[in-house]
Design a protein around this ligand. Sequence first.
Ligand SMILES: *Cc1c(COP(=O)(O)O)cnc(C)c1O
Length: 390
Amino acid sequence: MSIRPIYLDCHATTPVDERVINAMLPYLKEHFGNPASINHMYGWEAEAAVKKSREILANSINATPEEIVFTSGATEANNLAIKGVAEAYFQKGQHIITVVTEHNAVIDPCKYLQTLGFEITFLPVQTDGLINLNELEKSLRPDTILVSVMAANNEIGVLQPLAEIGEICRERNVFLHTDAAQAIGKIPLDVQGMKIDMMSLTAHKIYGPKGIGALYVRRRHPRVQLAAQQHGGGHERGMRSGTLATAQIVGFAKATEIALESQESENQHLTLLRERLWKQISQLEGIYLNGHPTQRLTGNLNVSVEGVDGAALLLGLQSVMAVSSGAACSSATTAPSHVLTALGHSEKLAYATVRFGIGRFNTIEEIDRVGEHFVSTVHSLRKQGLKVRS
Ligand SMILES: *Cc1c(COP(=O)(O)O)cnc(C)c1O
C-alpha cells in the first residue's frame, strides 16, 4: 500500500468521525422512514430523530428548534438567506453590505442580485483580514436591508467581531446574516448575545457528513421573513421544500454535539500543533503569516513564501501533505485567491501561499514531518531558482 499524504486540508472538508457514522447507520438501515410520513411507525421514528437533532443544533447556538431550517449545506443556506431576504424586503430597500473576503457562496449570490438591480457594498479588509467597524457604520444607509459578514474565514481563519457587528446592525434595524461554516463547534456562537438574525451552518467541516447544513432564521425580536428559493412539499415551514435527509441530519447533530463537548480540549490540541508547525517553518526567511495573529481559528495556519513559485511549491509538498494553495479554490480557474489579494498581497506572493487546515486527528509526529518537509522543499526550490538565474 502506498503511504497517503498527511491530511491538512480541514477547511475544505474533514473526515467523518467514527461516532458520527455509528449514530447515522440506524437511519440508513432499519429507521429509513420519511420524517414527513405521519401514518406509521417508520415515519414517527424518523421524525423523532429529526426533532431531537433540531433541538441539539438549536441549543448549540442558543436558538429555538423552530428557527432551524435544514439545507444541503452552507452554500444553500447562504443563498436562501441572501436571496430570500432580498426577495422578501426589496420594497423596503435594495442595498446589501458584505465583505470582499467572503466565501463565493456569499459573493456570488450578491453579484447575482446586482444583476437584478440591487446595490452591493463590498467592504474592504485591513491587512490583518478584519473589517473596520467605522467603515461598516458609514456604509449603512436607510435602504440597507442586510449585512452579511462571515464568522470565520475559510482561507486565513480570521474571526470577525460578530457581537460588535450585531450591535451596530440591530441599532440600525438591519438584518445581520453570518456564514458560520468554519466557526460552528470551534468558537462559542450565541445568536442572542451576538444579535445575529441568520446563520449558515454545515456539517462536513466538523467531522460530519457532506450534503447537510442549516440556516438559522430568527423568529422574534425581530422576525425575519424569507422568500423560499426552492418550492415543493412545503417542508421546513415552507422555507425549504424537499424530504429531510434523516441520517445526514442525525450525523450533523452528533458532530455538533461532539464538537461542543470537546471544544476547549480540541482548541488546545490544535493551538499546540499550529504553534509547533509555525515555530518550525518560521525559521525560513521571507515567510509571512496571513491573517490576524490571534483573532483566528486555532487550526488555521496560512503562510506566504517569498522567492518560490507557488505551483512548484505545491508540487514539491504534495507527496507528503494534502494542503491548499493560494489559487482560487474552485480549480476551474487559476486566479490568485481573492482573500489574499484583499490583504494587499501581490499576485506572485498570493500564489506562493499554503493553507494548513489542522484537524482533530492530526498528531505531533505528523506536524513535525510536515514542518521538516516544508522547510526542505522551500530551501531546495530557492537553490534551484538561484541556479536558473545565475
Ligand atoms: C465550506 C464553506 C462553505 C460551503 O459549504 P457547503 O456546505 O460545502 O456548501 C461556505 N462558506 C464557508 C465559509 C465555507 O468554509
